[in-house]
Design a protein around this ligand. Structure first.
Ligand code: ATP
Length: 252
């Protein structure tokens, strides 16, 4: 059974059908990319998945549970975590403090039975593990807002990992990055799939075609088609949608 399913989701803004009966599923350990031209409805769909926006129709299921009506924080507790297009770090705090805050926010059950001193050690250990996981262990003492853009996005991913998600939503993680930073983010996402599924919204087609197991193409609010990277790359309808817009030319 799929880890995550969207079933017949509909969202209207006045007369505009921004999400038009969208269904998609993500399997355990899968990187599923959502692509589509500007205004196709990607952000609107992701906002409904994360709980920022209520759908007019349809259901969102995680691990068999209907989470359609749950607020964002309850979805996070159920295993759905999200990184935003705009990084949500605390810029004046150190990398370590950002991680500690995130770990503490989700530590309720894991450290509850420990004495205060052990509790604190547990938080520091968890923050260090997160930093190592994303390659920021050398920057723990640095002020988050002073980090290069790519490292700030990486920290944002680490913050989203603090809740131990089953499904991670990544909303344009490569936006504004140079080639080296994008490369680092691709490698990081590669390592995540061992532990979780990833729903990736991204305009960088090079990254999408390198990472995705499957791709759903959204056009005018509906899923035009879904398939493997090869199926999507060779689909004439998809090529027509992207002609003169973003390019689908990637190194196979
Ligand atoms: N709150 C809103 N009220 C009215 N219309 C909206 C609202 N949010 C989005 N839309 C419209 O819904 C459509 C889908 O927008 P959305 O931002 O979801 O697309 P997108 O695929 O994420 O685009 P981009 O790639 O540019 O971020 C657009 O026509 C947009 O103008």
């Amino acid at each position: 059974m799929s880890l995550f399913q969207v079933q017949g989701l509909v969202k209207r803004f006045g007369g505009l059908l921004a999400t038009d009966h969208v269904s998609l599923s993500v399997a355990h350990g899968e990187v599923h990319a959502l692509i589509g031209p500007n205004g196709a409805g990607k952000t609107t769909l992701v906002n409904q998945i994360s709980g920022l926006l209520a759908p007019d129709e349809g259901r969102v299921l995680l691990d068999g549970a209907d989470i359609t009506a749950l607020p964002m924080h309850r979805r996070v507790a159920q295993g759905l975590s999200r990184c935003f297009q705009v990084t949500r770090i605390f810029p004046k705090q150190s990398v370590r403090d950002n991680l500690l805050l995130a770990v503490q926010a989700h530590s309720g059950s894991s450290f509850r039975f420990l004495k205060p001193r052990s509790h604190e050690c547990g938080l520091y250990e968890a923050a260090n593990r997160l930093a190592e996981r994303v390659g920021l262990q050398g920057q723990l003492g640095e002020i988050a807002g002073a980090l290069p853009h790519g490292a700030q996005r990486t920290l944002d991913v680490a913050l989203a990992l603090a809740s131990g998600p089953k499904l991670l939503l990544l909303d344009e993680p490569m936006a504004g990055m140079g080639p080296d930073e994008s490369q680092h983010m691709v490698q990081l996402i590669e390592t995540l799939r061992q532990d979780m599924a990833v729903l990736l919204i991204e305009h960088d087609m090079e990254a999408v075609f390198r990472l995705a197991d499957r791709i759903s193409v959204l056009v005018y609010g509906r899923v035009l088609t879904a398939g493997t990277p090869d199926e999507i790359r060779n689909n004439p309808e998809v090529q027509a949608v992207y002609l003169g817009n973003e390019t689908l030319e990637t190194t196979p």
